[in-house]
Design a protein around this ligand. Structure first.
Ligand SMILES: Cc1cc2nc3c(=O)[nH]c(=O)nc-3n(C[C@H](O)[C@H](O)[C@H](O)COP(=O)(O)OP(=O)(O)OC[C@H]3O[C@@H](n4cnc5c(N)ncnc54)[C@H](O)[C@@H]3O)c2cc1C
Length: 489
């Protein structure tokens, strides 16, 4: 029987474990933390439940294809994806239905509905041209480049808008400042800067608007919970609070891993660890580390989990309070690496959908601002300054005194994200996509010089976010299937 070790039980690691176990491979998952799930975790305090990390769920089929029927959880497609609040008092509901969204934009921002429809059609074309090669496939293998679909992508490269920034593209296509800001925001979905990232990232708006944004009943943690149950059912063995210290390869083959308790042999090793950490400590390799460091780290986040006594009918599940100067906000995030006086504030309230997440008459507010990667800032000062800025901004825009409502609080800052999930500098998505070549420079899901060693998760190809991490596991599964077939021949 083939033995596999998966290092880390983030979404990528869990998906890989399930896929390998379904192939009859005996899988052991070693996880440094005391709980599985990595960033997709939850918090409970003072009668409130919070999703601790991700809040927006797209492409749920990528989760459901891993689960037996009885483990698939109920979920709904959101009718209003996000409520947007602008500093000038404009409020805009981003409807899931494209026609309705376009009409809302026409009414509230005075931009012809056709502009939004045409923009989302272009985003859909980018998806069609890139999905097979850049999202669900691995262009790191020559054979994947030598087929008709890939040829079509390469011939249409101009339409991917890879040579202009997302902000420039949005300005040209949409014109109106507030609408541009709305579509620029998608760069933050993989921790990047819309003023630098290639316009190919408009594809993210396609996932949200054309394919839909979903909410699981019981919150995002249902994803982790169901994947763990599925893995256990397939015989996957979890070893929690057991960090892997070293990965061993000899003569071009993965051999196993070192734990504090000793060496564990394996035929296959799949790493779900931030690739920077992998090459700085698990398999030290200065050359590869230097290459990874050439790409700027992605942004991190600062989150306040607030138990609120009272309800806010004007808010929805997802809410954004935009800054008045978006460019300056990203300058603070990526160049100055400091707190910004007027940050864009995101509020996720799962109790609007799952009532049990907050006591009667209360709401659970997950309040997040983008934060720079941890480069040694004074975080106590950063947190205090940001909290003041956020409270002042929300009080001004919501016209209510928030301190009267906040009855419980916990905080998650970039150094804690790093500590809890092993993400170097607290960067949520590994490297950012702030350069034109970023997606080509992401580490592949395999090593051509070491058989049996594979990589999944948000810091490697195809990138961060739940759907892409799940895709990395699907790619790895395909590669392992090929390896097993070769061994049988
Ligand atoms: C605040 C926040 C908001 C987000 N919002 C969204 C969102 O709305 N939608 C979305 O799709 N995505 C979102 N994301 C991103 C998404 O959560 C991640 O891309 C995804 O969950 C990462 O999964 P992963 O497989 O890379 O593993 P991770 O979650 O990074 O987990 C890696 C695991 O490996 C373990 N580990 C590390 N080193 C070792 C070792 N040496 N030995 C053993 N185990 C080890 C860690 O403890 C951890 O459990 C968000 C993330 C955060 C933090």
């Amino acid at each position: 029987m083939t033995h596999a070790i998966v290092i880390g039980s983030g979404i990528g690691g869990l998906a890989a474990a399930i896929r390998l176990a379904r192939r009859g491979i005996h899988v052991h998952v070693y996880e440094a933390s005391e709980k599985p799930g990595g960033k997709v975790s939850e918090r409970h305090f003072d009668g409130f439940r919070f999703d601790a990390g991700p809040s927006l769920f797209t492409m749920p089929d990528l989760v459901f294809e891993l689960l037996d029927d009885d483990l698939r959880f109920p979920l709904d497609r959101l009718e209003v994806i996000t409520q947007y609040f602008y500093p000038d008092g404009t409020q805009l509901a981003a409807y899931s239905d494209v026609q309705k969204m376009a009409e809302e934009v026409e009414t509230k921002l005075n931009v012809p509905a056709t502009k939004v429809i045409s923009y989302l059609q272009k985003a859909s074309t980018v998806y069609d041209l890139t999905a097979d090669l850049f999202i669900f496939g691995s262009f790191h293998r020559l054979k994947n480049l030598m087929n008709l679909k890939s040829l079509k992508t390469l011939l249409n490269f101009r339409r991917l808008q890879a040579f202009r920034s997302l902000h420039d593209f949005n300005t040209r296509e949409l014109g109106e400042k507030r609408l541009v800001q709305l579509f620029d925001r998608y760069a933050t979905y993989n921790g990047s800067d819309p003023y630098q990232t290639p316009a190919t990232l408009s594809v993210i708006s396609h996932l949200e608007h054309n394919l839909g944004a979903f909410i699981p009943e019981g919150g995002m943690f249902r994803i982790t919970d169901s994947l763990v149950k599925q893995a256990l059912r397939l015989g996957v063995e979890f070893h929690l609070a057991q960090p892997v210290r070293k990965v061993v390869a000899e003569n071009g083959r993965a051999k196993g891993v070192w734990l504090d308790s000793g060496f564990v042999p394996a035929d296959i090793v799949v790493s779900d660890v931030d690739i920077h950490r992998f090459y700085s400590s698990l398999m030290p390799d200065l050359k590869r580390l230097t290459k990874i460091e050439k790409e700027e780290r992605s942004s991190s986040a600062l989150i306040f989990y607030w138990g609120m006594k009272g309800t806010f009918p004007e808010l929805d599940v997802h809410n954004i309070f935009f800054s008045s100067d978006y460019k300056d906000e990203f300058r603070h995030l990526f160049q100055l690496k400091e707190a910004c006086d007027d940050p864009t504030v995101y509020i996720y309230i799962s109790s609007k959908y799952t009532k049990a997440d907050a006591p009667e008459g209360c709401e659970n507010w997950f309040v997040m601002v983008n934060a720079p990667a941890d480069t040694g800032q004074n975080w106590a000062e950063f947190v205090a300054q940001s909290r003041n800025n956020i409270v002042e901004k929300l009080e001004r825009m919501l016209k209510r005194k928030l301190s009267d409502f906040i009855i419980s609080e916990e905080i998650l800052s970039p150094p804690e994200i790093a500590k809890q999930t092993g993400s170097v500098n607290g960067s949520i998505y590994g490297s950012s996509s702030n350069s034109r070549y970023a997606s080509f420079n992401r580490h592949a899901n395999f090593r051509s010089d070491i058989q049996g060693l594979y990589f999944v998760g948000g810091s490697v190809h195809p990138g961060g976010g739940i759907p892409l991490c799940l895709s990395s596991a699907r790619i790895v599964d395909g590669l392992i299937q090929e390896q097993l077939l070769k061994l049988k021949q």
